[in-house]
Design a protein around this ligand. Structure first.
Ligand code: ZN
Length: 247
């Protein structure tokens, strides 16, 4: 690792890299006695620098300075992407992974990484599996690398397969074979708003004009997005929804 640990102004803080330089990774800090001067034993708190949120996020507690430093070194600075394969048309989910499922221990006693999940997908993909925040899992066990990820083969981008334009009675706002100026996002159904561009099966996107919560006893989360040209999108089971946003 090229990046160096830099001591803070007291011996209770260490920074991984120079604070706020491009490769800065975060810091570890020793616990202090509380306001009643009670000392509950030495612990080290680990805070990593989140490149997306541009702020420090708490990650981990360690018993020693070295353990805390190794935990922070294991956290992948830019994080990882969600590994859910959505469909041959849409490819893999492009959202940032927030959780990883935990597959327990392998034969060598090594912790086995599961699948990386974004926030919307974490609500309904493998709901019975235990899941852990990605940075916590890495701090605890090891860095996650693309080679040992759950995706077998390469990450697939949207196919952009040609669309027979004459075949549609309702004309989409964005055709499935040309998303120029737009990019794919995966969101909770509740985050879809009037004006959102819902992506249908062939990759065509229609503008949502109104939203109905459909009262079905077995599926209270069923939502219907009524789109331009009379196109209707049904979101069942609280499943994540693909939308296009302007770049
Ligand atoms: Zn996802």
């Amino acid at each position: 690792m090229d990046i160096k640990w830099v001591p803070g102004s007291n011996d209770g803080t260490w920074y991984l890299g120079k604070q706020y330089e491009p490769d800065y990774r975060g810091y570890v800090v020793r616990t202090q006695a509380d306001e009643n001067d009670v000392w509950e034993g030495e612990k080290w708190y680990v805070y990593y620098w989140d490149f997306v949120l541009e702020g420090h996020e708490w990650a981990y507690v360690a018993d020693t300075l070295r353990d805390a430093q190794m935990a922070l070194e294991r956290i992948t600075p830019k994080g990882h992407l969600c590994e859910v394969f959505i469909s041959p048309v849409l490819g893999h989910c492009p959202e940032r992974a927030v959780y990883v499922t935990d597959n327990g221990e392998g034969e060598a006693g090594e912790r086995l990484q599961g699948i990386l999940l974004c926030d919307p997908h974490s609500r309904h993909v493998m709901p019975k599996e235990k899941r852990v925040p990605v940075h916590l899992w890495e701090a605890d066990y090891r860095s996650i690398s693309p080679e040992d990820s759950a995706i077998v083969g390469e990450r697939l981008s949207p196919a952009m397969a040609s669309v027979r334009r004459g075949a549609y009675l309702s004309v989409p706002v964005v055709w499935g074979d040309d998303w120029t100026g737009y990019r794919l996002r995966i969101v909770d159904p509740g985050s879809v708003k009037v004006g959102s561009l819902a992506v249908f099966g062939k990759g065509n996107a229609f503008r949502v004009e109104s939203i109905d919560k459909v009262p079905i006893p077995d599926d209270p989360t069923m939502m219907r997005f009524n789109c331009n040209g009379g196109a209707t999108y049904l979101a069942t089971g609280g499943r994540a929804v693909a939308i296009l946003v302007q770049e």
